[in-house]
Design a protein around this ligand. Structure first.
Ligand SMILES: Nc1ncnc2c1ncn2[C@@H]1O[C@H](COP(=O)(O)OP(=O)(O)OP(=O)(O)O)[C@@H](O)[C@H]1O
Ligand SMILES: [Mg+2]
Length: 279
């Protein structure tokens, strides 16, 4: 499944499985889904939420339907739409199922990305599907859709970014919540090796990237850098580039360059210089 936010390098990168530095994250999220709960993954951009949802779908052997709650998400994008078709030479009104209806009917995982940027009036349509009733009345057909036993929802949200709003309590209440912070330490080293197999990064260079990441996370925790400065997506991009150019250039393009404030860019480069010098 493609993530709309992903760039070209990620499309070319062989997808690594989700790697966690918290021992029970994947197993516990899987258990929650097996128990019929819906799961909300909460974490900053590039922390692997979409990858984790894909990993959970693989582990549960479920196909996935996705919706992205960008501002123009409306009822049709969730439930489907009516269109004109031909049947036995006559024009008829046909109903084309949307992802929510398909997931409920066929017992798939529904992945709802960027849950907290949805317009507040749209998601309440899903309340009945997400609680013990596991059903919704489709306003387009007046059918009552009863969810297949395998139907489950994994949603993802970034907290605290522009354009996002606190989640409606009633909606949040229907999920079991898992935090997905940026992976660190040995697990990050493992991920760098897995995600950049074609590169020839030495153990020493991988170790420097792991320590650079720890410093970026710390700087964003104390507010010196925005959370996205420590994005693992950006770090993996830098590791990819680093196999073909000096590390400082790779960090400039893949990490510092994404920040809008020049002072923040300088701070990233200063931290990187402490590990890579002029390399
Ligand atoms: N813990 C992790 N395990 C495996 N891959 C990871 C992990 N963290 C980040 N990645 C990699 O980083 C990239 C971005 O991950 P992903 O798209 O899942 O992030 P996200 O949290 O969904 O970001 P966004 O909030 O911007 O949608 C992918 O290439 C993914 O494989
Ligand atoms: Mg995502």
């Amino acid at each position: 499944m493609a993530d709309e936010g992903e760039g070209r390098s990620e499309a070319k990168r062989p997808f690594p499985r989700f790697v966690a530095d918290r021992p029970h994250l994947v197993e516990d999220a899987e258990t929650a889904l097996r128990l019929g709960k819906h799961v909300l993954l909460r974490g900053p951009t590039g922390s692997g939420k979409t990858r984790l949802a894909e990993t959970l779908a693989e582990r549960l052997e479920l196909d996935m339907e996705s919706v992205n709650c960008s501002v123009d998400l409306d009822m049709e994008a969730l439930l489907g739409y009516r269109t004109l078709g031909l049947a036995e030479g006559k024009t008829v009104v046909e109903y084309v199922e949307g992802p929510v209806v398909r997931a409920m009917r066929l017992g798939r995982m529904l992945y709802i990305d960027e849950l907290n940027v949805a317009r507040p009036e749209v998601l309440p349509i899903l309340h009945g599907a997400l609680d013990h009733r596991r059903r919704l009345t489709n306003p387009l057909t007046a059918d009552v859709i009863v969810a297949h036993p395998n139907f489950c929802v994994v949603a993802a949200m970034n907290e605290g970014y522009a354009g996002t709003s606190p989640l409606n309590e009633a909606l949040l209440n229907r999920f079991v919540v898992f935090d997905v912070p940026y992976v660190q330490g040995d697990a990050l080293a493992e991920l760098i090796r897995e995600a950049t197999p074609s590169s020839t990064l030495s153990d020493a260079v991988v170790d420097r990237f792991v320590r650079l990441s720890a410093d970026l996370v710390r700087a964003s925790d104390v507010g010196e850098l925005p959370p996205e400065a420590a994005s693992i997506r950006a770090l993996l991009d830098a590791c990819d580039l680093c196999a073909h150019m000096p590390a400082m250039r790779a960090v400039r393009y893949a990490i510092a360059g994404k920040l809008s404030d020049p002072r923040e860019q300088d701070l990233v480069m200063e931290i990187a210089a402490s590990y890579f010098g002029d390399a």
